[in-house]
Design a protein around this ligand. Structure first.
Ligand SMILES: [Zn+2]
Length: 224
């Protein structure tokens, strides 16, 4: 017996709902995984791919296994409505987490981390998901240009990144190549010690292609 729920978790700065699909079994003991998309509003393929995963698991309960899946396709709905990276207050959600390395940066920076750590409702929505569901694995989906697509891991996520590489063919990367203070990966991977993958989709490929490349890799995240 499996249960499907659509849970409203929080509201964005402009009042849009941030929600998650939760697919769970009544039996205890399964793994919990969290899959997130749409941190950056100008990366719409990340939203499409995570939505497709939720649709697939909704239609095909047998693919869920004994795993509890918590899937939130759109963390930054205000940015997405404008196709803009940051939220309605011009904060980069992926630099706003309360990590030891959070730093004040220029408001004009594309990666402005906010007036203080966890100042934004979108950031707190993600923290609520992690605190409520206590996942064993997390994948956060983004997109990136110029052939830099990868399975980027933070914290104890190397084995999971390698398992995903076998399905999507993207390289495993331990660092994205520049420091990311206040990022979700630093918070969840290094500070909470949860295996955390930042799946960087190739932004030049179509959403359809991104989904086809990653369908099995994402299903693998819920496997044992
Ligand atoms: Zn991004």
């Amino acid at each position: 017996m499996t249960i499907s729920k659509h849970v409203a978790l929080a509201r964005s700065v402009e009042g849009r709902t941030i929600s998650a699909h939760v697919f769970s079994r009544r039996a205890r003991g399964g793994l919990t995984v969290v899959i997130l998309g749409g941190f950056h509003g100008d990366e719409p393929k990340s939203v499409t791919v995570v939505r497709r995963l939720a649709e697939l698991l909704g239609e095909s309960p047998e693919l869920r296994g004994s795993t509890r899946w918590v899937i939130a396709p759109l963390i930054n709905p205000d940015g997405y409505s404008r196709r803009r990276r940051r939220n309605a207050r011009n904060v980069d959600i992926n630099r706003n987490f309360p990590t030891d390395d959070w730093t004040q940066t220029s408001r004009r920076s594309r990666m402005y981390g906010g007036p203080k750590a966890a100042s934004e409702p979108e950031t707190r929505a993600v923290m609520k998901i992690i605190e409520r569901y206590q996942p064993a694995r997390i994948v956060t989906v983004h997109s990136i240009g110029l052939g830099r697509f990868c399975n980027n891991f933070d914290g104890p996520g190397k084995r999971l990144a390698a398992a995903m590489r076998r399905r999507n063919g993207y390289p495993v990367a331990g660092s994205i190549g520049y420091p990311t203070p206040g990022s979700f990966g630093n918070w969840a991977g290094y500070e909470l010690h949860i295996p955390t993958i930042t799946l960087e989709l190739p932004s030049l490929d179509s959403a359809k292609r991104c989904w086809e490349d990653n369908r099995e890799a994402l299903l693998r995240v819920g496997g044992t």
